[in-house]
Design a protein around this ligand. Sequence first.
Ligand SMILES: *[C@@H]1O[C@H](CO)[C@@H](O)[C@H](O)[C@H]1NC(C)=O
Length: 399
Amino acid sequence: MLDMASPRSIALSLCFASLFAPSAFAYKPLSDNFLRQVPAASDAELDPTTGDLLGPFLQPRAPDSEGHADVQDHLVQWFASNLPDWTVEWQNSTTYTSGKSQKGGKFVAHHRSNLVFRREPPWTRPGQANLLTLAAHYATPTDAPAGAVGATDAAVSCALLLHTARSLDRYAAQMYKEMQELGEGGTVPMDMGLQVVFLDGGGLQDKDNTGAESLAAAWEKATNPALPASLYGYPNRLNQVSLLLLLDLLGGAEPRVPSRYQTTHWAYQAMARVETRLRGLKLMGTTPSAGAGAGTGGAFLPDSATPVHQQLGMASGWATDGDDHLPFMRRGVNVLPVVPDARPEHAGTAKDDGANVDRKTVQDWSRVLVGFALEWLDMMEVEPAASARRRRNHVRGRP
Ligand SMILES: *[C@@H]1O[C@H](CO)[C@@H](O)[C@H](O)[C@H]1NC(C)=O
């Protein structure tokens, strides 16, 4: 009886019905109370020189450079000291090109190192957890202008990954603990985890960009061991990605991110609803001006009401064509690119530094992303209480 009343059991049956239709994935919206407690990245954390979220990325960091190695060290140490329960994994590769500019036609080696940090439910076996995956590229392009620190391309996106991981962790810890105490777990809607990926290679502009391709190929080949028939198991690492959020070119004021793909339009709409609700609750620091098209404006994610590919004429824009999500998408992963339709001012130039970042916009992104991830991972179960009275209601409602 207790089991029958558990919200998780209900979510479970809903989710089994929709196992093969991810667009119907059932999750409970965050309450207003929970949305009010979604943490934004602070001014101090986003300070270009002293902040621990953004500052360390703001240096030239093309592959094989000192800054590149420095950022890798920083990431490993940041997780070790802030999020010790997360696993760290390197995915290294070397590819060769024989550019005609090379002396004597020799092959040139390109080393790429992707860094993957993961938080899975503690009871899951390899191949059992499905993982909400957030990714951004941490390197600057090899042909970037001298001294370019790529703030919007894509240091800000990396900072947002760190903020999201840190904000989610305490709720994940609490949820996993409570579920273990109740003996839950072992089903698709319960075995949800989070994964953040720092891709090597310079993103969209980088002709030698092979980090994402290498990781997608490696994950496709990484076969998981078979699990007992009573458990749901994913054949390979790539299949464990329930949704890939690819962040790029964030940090400029007044971004407009279009919905690019029919397959993830439902996830886009869920994220847009979080944004709309945050704005409705007056929790956002920006007030974007209305866009040119009908029914648009006032939002970072303006396409939620319109069917995909009919909105604002943005879907065929440059940003759709060549970013880091494509190697994953080609292999069947559900991808939602959180990439604006227009490049931020100064992106790709030496002027794309800390001063090029609109901090209020970044803080609003940090709220939207954390709110969306909390909803995706079904965290209403561990909603923090707003007051003593609320807490009593909350406890009464639990199994
Ligand atoms: C991957 O490469 C990085 C340098 O980019 C190195 O520090 C690390 O040890 C390598 N890891 C593995 C598993 O090869």
